[in-house]
Design a protein. Structure first.
Length: 189
């Protein structure tokens, strides 16, 4: 049976967020039809993917060239011991399907660059960044501006974190509020 455009199963599954006045049934339907791309499935990206999956996003494109290592397990929540040696996107896709089989997933085990970024993000509604490279972030930022895609930039180094939402034409872009700087620390340094 359908009520307010959602099945009884969906109403039960997402009941805790549907009751929020800023979401409701209408918002849940928007979430269900949304298409997002998460680039970088490490400490931030794995958490982003897990949360979007739990919320019931309709489509997730996940992009990362790396493989799961033992040093990832304590801080990258989507992976477990069985993920060791697998590509991060393959392991994440397997976990996403277990969390919420209704989410459509496209796993791209590749490096983002100036040549492929537009084709990676052109058909999504939102781009989320779990990257650890400012060089790649700037590539993503430029493509999001050119394609008019909202971009959620997040970073964490040591005990400090930052998150910003960049909406082309409404907010400053990444290059506007973070001018080019010297190379900074990453999770590996």
């Amino acid at each position: 049976m359908m009520r307010c455009g959602l099945s009884d199963e969906e109403l039960d599954t997402y009941s805790r967020q549907i009751v929020l006045k800023d979401i409701g049934c209408e918002g849940q339907i928007k979430i269900r039809s949304a298409r997002a791309c998460v680039i970088g499935i490490g400490g931030l990206g794995s958490t982003i993917v897990t949360q979007l999956t739990g919320m019931g996003i309709g489509f997730l494109r996940i992009v990362d060239r790396d493989v799961v290592e033992r040093a990832n397990l304590h801080r990258q929540s989507i992976f477990d011991i069985e993920s060791l040696g697998m590509s991060k996107v393959e392991a994440a896709e397997n976990r996403i399907k277990k969390i919420n089989p209704d989410v459509k997933v496209e796993a791209l085990p590749l490096s983002v660059n100036d040549y492929n970024i537009k084709s990676i993000i052109e058909d999504v509604d939102l781009v989320l960044d779990g990257l650890d490279s400012f060089r790649i972030r700037r590539i993503v930022n430029r493509a999001c501006i050119e394609l008019n895609k909202p971009y959620v930039f997040g970073s964490a180094v040591e005990m400090f974190g930052n998150v910003s939402t960049i909406i082309p034409g409404e907010t400053p872009c990444l290059d506007c509020f973070l001018p080019r700087q010297e190379p900074s620390a990453t999770c590996a340094t």
